[in-house]
Design a protein around this ligand. Structure first.
Ligand code: GLN
Ligand code: ZN
Length: 757
């Protein structure tokens, strides 16, 4: 059997691309220097994959920001507001990615959304009635030629036409079907160009095929590919799916003239069943996703071999593949110098997954697979008992009952009590928690981690930052203050460090969006709170001000979703274990005089199963209760806030209300505030702070822009329930943008208040 991967991380082993891009944004290096670093990363990755013996090596999986954005530029789907700036090609691209504010104009970035059920974000292409889809870009061809130049014939990877049309937002009257002709023509051209360049295989990524598809969707997919494949000539086309199974279109998929079909046998609950029921077409290659591309645990060869031998009965030509792009795992274990060997030997990042593919290839090629040394080593590893159990925690989770998940008194009663207690003005202003993590904060933390400064020096520094932050917020005139989260590198890792059962990595960075990376901690054992987490910082911050200081915690679902999870217990069980620990922290904060506590569930929407029929049972039925358990024990007058990133929760709006928080803040500015209608229609009970400006972009919103946003909100949300805040934490921004933005925000709220009294 041959081996393949769907894509490789492009950020660089030590995030070289991130640092270079950020230098470029600051004007510290030239475009040519940035291109040079990018090329070095690509060639390094290429060489690594080639040396590992991988048969199908992807190209064009590289991107300066995002693959969907690249595809939009490839297909001429670039709104005029960016091209009109008259910037260079690269800068036009970055303007669309990050927004642009400078001498040539002022434009917002493309909207950004979560990539299926991952923590990666893609840029949403915008299509209007004047959009003319045609092949105008050259990047995939250049990158293919670059690899040819190194003596490797790669498999170019392109987002497929169906997925592209499904991900786009349509701003005019035209819909996806109106672009069938033009996009099919563009993809046929693309195939032709690759053929001329000598490519043998091309991979079209079609993850949208694992979503619920209705008859129109299936028809769209079919028509598109009948056209695209009608004169593909002698190039082999692989349609690659991931993140689930293709139950709605498997039959059509098999009938179309693809040469390879890539299916996910890791997350695809029904993939195997589909093959068993319907067979697999003769003459086509099955790219079998059996090595998990999302988690960091070593593959279990014994169970993979069982899967593969089942598949061999159904398909004649099988390529061993990862379940999705390796973009979602860190690059290499080589830089994990601190992780103890007894843990590390259970880990496999992208580079190690290449070795796993090579070993699986060797094992499956052997006459006696279970006799191979690789197999035996792997079997021995997986038969070792895992450490890290905590009977107490398991028992507590097992004995939770219905009433543990109910906070009393009920919402309306609490709302009255809290209004009386806090006496906040109309349209209270607040922030989501973090303030800019400036260079001094990062430098101090890094020095502290290296042991260069003492605990007390570090604490002193954090206290100084908190004091500055509190003073700044008072000066700006915000109503509910935060301590600024300077002690945190990351909203999950920081909590994980104070919980037993977690493991930490040093350099296990995974791209989240653009140049942003996250370093998810690893759940190894049963979770419990080892020590108070935030109490010292929050109480210190509260001691500096008369205004309410929000305690700031990360919720159980987000902690779980942004960690690498265990595979030996259920996600439900892990979530409840974490909920137990965070509840202790909530009660501790309350006991120490913190009267408003925000429990962030930034990632709650993220792991919602892609198919509606799986939502309840596989997710909401435990995720919402886990959140409720965290705060069900507080007093009526303690105000519980939550925050969610991205407002794509229209379809679970009742469940969000059912989290039973007192206030929720979320992103709305990037989504044209459509969420507001949904709140109104559903009679949303929780008080809301739909972000009034987008913090993911370095631009400063004007006061009038914010007032316009507030007016829009007031059309749909009762004044008594409306909070005014940015749409997310400010840690990725600089003070230059943050201070004027918040001043404009507070002034906008004050004017609204004044005009209303
Ligand atoms: N409280 C966190 C912060 O402000 C929330 C971050 C997030 O939503 N991703 O940084
Ligand atoms: Zn957020």
């Amino acid at each position: 059997m041959k081996t393949s991967i769907i894509g490789y991380p492009r950020i660089g082993n030590l995030r070289e691309l991130k640092f270079a891009s950020e230098k470029y944004f600051r004007g510290e290096i030239t475009a040519a220097e940035l291109e040079k670093i990018a090329k070095e990363i690509r060639l390094y990755n290429l060489n690594l994959q080639d040396k590992s013996g991988l048969d199908f090596i992807p190209s064009n999986d590289f991107s300066f920001y995002d693959g969907v954005l690249d595809t939009a530029f490839l297909l001429n789907v670039v709104p005029e507001r960016y091209t009109a700036l008259g910037l260079s090609k690269l800068d036009t691209y970055f303007a669309a990615a990050r927004g642009y504010q400078g001498e040539k104009g002022d434009v917002k970035a493309f909207a950004m959304k979560k990539w299926y059920n991952t923590n990666y974000h893609y840029m949403v292409p915008e299509i209007d009635d004047s959009t003319e889809i045609k092949l105008v870009g050259t990047k995939p061809f250049e990158l293919f030629s670059e690899t040819l130049g190194s003596g490797v014939k790669t498999k170019p990877v392109i987002i497929g036409a169906y997925t592209f049309l499904k991900l786009a937002r349509y701003k005019g009257n035209k819909k996806a079907v109106d672009f069938i002709e033009s996009i099919a023509f563009a993809y046929s051209e693309l195939l032709k160009k690759f053929r001329d360049l000598g490519a043998e295989w091309i991979q079209f990524d079609e993850p949208s095929l694992v979503m619920d598809m209705n008859a129109d969707d299936i028809q769209l997919f079919k028509v598109l590919y009948e056209k695209i494949l009608s004169n593909k000539g002698n190039i082999n086309v692989l349609v690659q799916t991931y993140f689930g199974d293709v139950r709605d279109c498997y039959k059509e998929l098999c009938k179309l003239d693809f040469d390879g079909i890539g299916l996910d046998f890791t997350e695809g609950k029904r993939s195997l069943e589909l093959l068993k029921e319907n067979g697999f077409p003769d003459g086509k290659t099955l790219f079998a996703g059996v090595v998990n591309g999302k988690n960091i645990w070593c593959n279990n060869y014994a169970s993979t071999l069982i899967k593969l031998s089942e598949l061999e009965k159904l398909a004649h030509d099988i390529v061993i593949n990862t379940s999705c792009s390796l973009l979602h795992v860190p690059c290499t274990l080589a830089n994990e110098t601190k992780l103890e060997e007894r843990f590390k030997k259970h880990f496999a990042y992208a580079e190690e997954k290449l070795s796993e593919l090579a070993e699986l290839k060797k094992i499956t090629g052997s006459n006696c697979p279970s006799e191979t040394e690789e197999y035996r080593r792997n079997a021995a590893l997986h038969s070792e008992p895992r450490s890290g159990g905590n009977e107490n925690v398991r028992k507590k989770v097992a004995t939770l009952t219905e009433k543990d998940f109910i906070r009393l008194p009920e919402f309306a009663e609490r709302e009255k009590i809290q209004k009386k207690k806090f006496k906040l003005p109309l349209f209270p202003t607040t922030t989501i928690g973090s303030f800019p993590q400036t260079a001094d904060v990062k430098a101090k933390r890094s020095a502290y981690r290296k042991g260069e400064i003492s605990d007390s020096d570090y604490d002193f520094f954090i206290e100084k930052k908190i004091a500055e932050c509190v003073a700044l917020q008072e000066e700006i005139g915000l109503d509910v203050l935060v301590h600024g989260e300077f002690e945190r590198n990351d909203m999950v890792e920081y909590f994980g460090e104070c919980l037993d059962g977690y493991l930490f990595t040093e350099k296990a960075w995974v791209q989240s969006y653009g140049t942003r990376c996250v370093k998810p901690p690893v759940i190894w054992g049963d979770i419990s709170r080892a020590k108070p987490i935030t109490v010292k910082w929050s109480t210190y911050a509260q001691s500096l001000t008369e205004k309410p200081m929000k305690g700031m915690l990360t919720g159980p679902v987000t902690i779980l979703n942004w960690s690498f999870p265990r595979e030996d217990i259920t996600l439900r069980e892990s979530a409840l274990q974490i909920a137990l620990a965070i509840r202790e922290e909530v009660l501790d904060l309350e006991a120490n005089g913190i009267s408003i506590i925000q429990v962030d569930e930034a990632a709650l929407r993220e792991k919602l199963p892609l198919r509606r029929s799986d939502w309840r049972e596989d997710y909401l039925d435990w995720a919402i209760p886990a959140f409720r358990y965290v705060h069900s024990g507080v007093k009526p007058e303690t105000q519980i806030h939550t925050h969610m990133c991205y407002s794509e929760f229209a379809d679970i709006i009742k469940d969000i209300d059912d989290m039973d928080a007192d206030v929720i803040t979320f992103e709305a500015s990037r989504s044209d505030m459509t969420i507001l209608d949904v709140l109104k229609e559903n009679n949303f009970r929780t008080e809301v702070g739909p972000g009034v400006y987008d913090i993911h972009s370095p631009r400063v919103p004007s006061k009038d822009e914010i007032k316009a946003a507030i007016s829009k909100m007031r059309e749909r949300i009762n004044d008594e329930k409306l909070w005014i805040n940015p749409d997310c934490g400010l840690k990725t921004r600089g003070n230059e943008e943050t201070v004027p933005s918040l001043k404009n925000l507070v002034n906008a709220a004050k004017e609204e208040r004044y005009e209303n009294s």
